[in-house]
Design a binder for this molecule. Structure first.
Ligand code: ADP
Ligand code: MG
Length: 364
C-alpha cells in the first residue's frame, strides 16, 4: 500500500497544447493518503479516466510527476507500479475458466497453489460465483464477466492501490448494491488505498471517506460527504451533490447583508463586496416558505412527494428554485415568499466560494 502524490500534474491529449482549454486534466497537486477510500466524482468527460490512467501508468502525463511513497514512478510502466485496476467493461480471458481468470494475478506473481485456491474461493464467494468456477468465461453474460474482472482486481492483497473506473456500469441494480458493499468490506479488512471513479453521487457518497469532485478537467473540491453538502467550494459541487442541488441567486453584498433583487438577506457573517459575478447559494433543505411578510417573492408551481420528504418546485423571478419539506410539513396557504436559514448560506464569487471576512457579532 502506498501514499500517492500528484505533483504539478497536468495532461493534454494534444501534441502542442496552447491554452488551458487544451488540457483534459488541468494542473493538479494532491496527496492520496495511504489506506483511504476515495471516490472520484464528476460528469462524463470531466477527466476522471484520464487521471486514473495516469496514476496506473496507462497514460503518461504531459506535465508533472507521480510519486508512490515519495518514489518517482512518473515513467515507470504499469506492471512496475503494483496496482490493480478494474475498468468499466470486462477484461477477462474467454478461453480460461472463471477459476483460472481469478487465479491469474496471483499465479502471475508466483503465489503457491494452496494459497491461490484459498484466495480464489474467498473472492468467488464475494462476487457470488462459487458455483461457476469451472465454467469457461466465454458465453457468460457481460454482467458475470464484469464480476470476474472485479474479482481479479480484488484478489491480490499486496497491491499499492486499487483503482476502479465506473466498474458497476454493466452490473444489474440489485447486484450493484451488493458489490459496492463487498468493496467497502474489502477496504475495511485490508485498508488498501482505493480510488473509485463514478458519475453517480449516491455511489460516491456511500462508498468513500473522501470524495474528490472534478469539473471540466479540474479538481474543484476534496471533502467528506458532509463537507461537500455544507460548504461546497464551487457552485458545481453545490449543484451536482444533493438532490435537488443547491439554489443560486445573483446578489450584491454589503457587510453581512446580501441584496437579492430589492430584498435584503441576512448572511450571519460579514463578507467583502466581491468584484465578479456574486451569488449566494442555499440548499433546498435551508429554504423556508412563507405567506406574506419578509422574503423573496416566489411562486409555488408544484409539490412532489419523494417518500423521505417533499420537494416544492418554485419559480423565483422566472428561475426554478427548490425547497425541501419534511413529510409532516405542508405548503402554507397563500405561500408567496421564501426566507433562508443563514447557517445554510454560502457566498460565491465567479463560482468559487468566498470565506467570510469575519463573523457578524450582531447577526451571530
Ligand atoms: P471521464 O472519464 O470523466 O468521462 P475522460 O478522462 O475520459 O473523462 O476524458 C476527458 C476529456 O479528454 C474528454 O474531453 C475526452 O473527450 C478527452 N479524451 C479522453 N481520451 C482521449 C484520447 N485518447 N484522445 C483525445 N482526447 C481524449
Ligand atoms: Mg471515464
Amino acid at each position: 500500500m502506498a501514499k500517492i502524490t500528484l505533483d504539478n500534474l497536468a495532461h493534454s491529449y494534444l501534441p502542442n497544447p496552447a491554452s488551458e482549454d487544451d488540457y483534459a486534466l488541468k494542473e493538479l497537486n494532491h496527496d492520496w493518503v495511504d489506506g483511504e477510500a476515495y471516490a472520484l466524482l464528476g460528469s462524463s468527460g470531466c477527466g476522471k479516466s484520464t487521471l486514473l490512467n495516469i496514476i496506473s501508468g496507462l497514460l503518461h502525463p504531459s506535465q508533472g510527476r507521480i510519486l508512490f511513497d515519495d518514489k518517482d514512478v512518473t515513467h515507470a510502466p504499469t506492471a512496475a507500479r503494483n496496482i490493480a485496476q478494474v475498468f468499466q467493461f470486462p477484461v477477462v480471458y474467454d478461453t480460461m475458466t472463471v477459476r483460472d481468470n481469478l487465479a491469474f494475478p496471483l499465479r502471475n506473481r508466483g503465489r503457491d497453489e494452496a494459497y491461490v485456491a484459498e484466495r480464489v474461493q474467498e473472492i468467488a464467494r464475494m462476487i457470488g460465483m462459487e458455483d461457476q468456477l469451472n465454467r469457461k468465461a466465454r458465453g457468460l453474460t457481460a454482467d458475470a464477466k464484469q464480476k470476474i474482472s472485479l474479482g481479479r482486481g480484488m484478489v491480490r492483497k499486496d497491491v499499492n492501490a486499487l483503482l476502479f473506473d465506473e466498474p458497476l456500469t454493466v452490473i444489474d441494480p440489485h447486484m450493484k448494491w451488493e458489490l459496492r458493499t463487498q468493496l467497502k468490506q474489502l477496504h475495511h479488512d485490508f485498508g488498501h488505498t482505493m480510488i473509485y471513479v463514478t458519475h453517480d453521487q449516491t455511489e460516491a457518497l456511500t462508498f468513500a471517506d473522501k470524495v474528490v469532485v472534478m469539473y471540466d478537467g479540474r479538481v474543484v473540491q476534496i471533502g467528506t460527504p458532509q463537507e461537500l453538502f455544507e460548504r461546497p467550494d464551487h457552485t458545481f459541487v453545490g449543484y451536482f451533490i444533493g438532490s435537488p442541488g443547491m439554489n443560486l441567486f445573483d446578489a450584491r453584498i454589503a457587510g453581512s447583508t446580501a441584496r437579492v433583487g430589492d430584498v435584503s438577506v441576512e448572511l450571519g457573517s460579514v463578507y467583502e463586496p466581491g468584484r465578479g459575478k456574486v451569488q449566494i447559494g442555499i440548499r433546498p433543505e435551508f429554504v423556508r416558505l412563507a405567506a406574506g411578510g419578509e422574503g423573496i417573492p416566489a411562486e409555488v408551481r408544484r409539490v412532489e412527494d419523494v417518500g423521505r420528504h417533499k420537494i416544492a418546485r418554485l419559480s423565483v423571478g422566472g428561475k426554478p428554485v427548490n425547497v425541501i419539506l419534511s413529510e409532516s410539513q405542508t405548503v402554507p396557504a397563500g405561500a408567496d415568499r421564501i426566507t433562508f436559514d443563514p447557517k445554510g448560506i454560502n457566498v460565491y464569487e465567479n463560482d468559487w466560494r468566498v470565506a467570510p471576512a469575519s463573523r457578524d457579532e450582531e447577526a451571530a
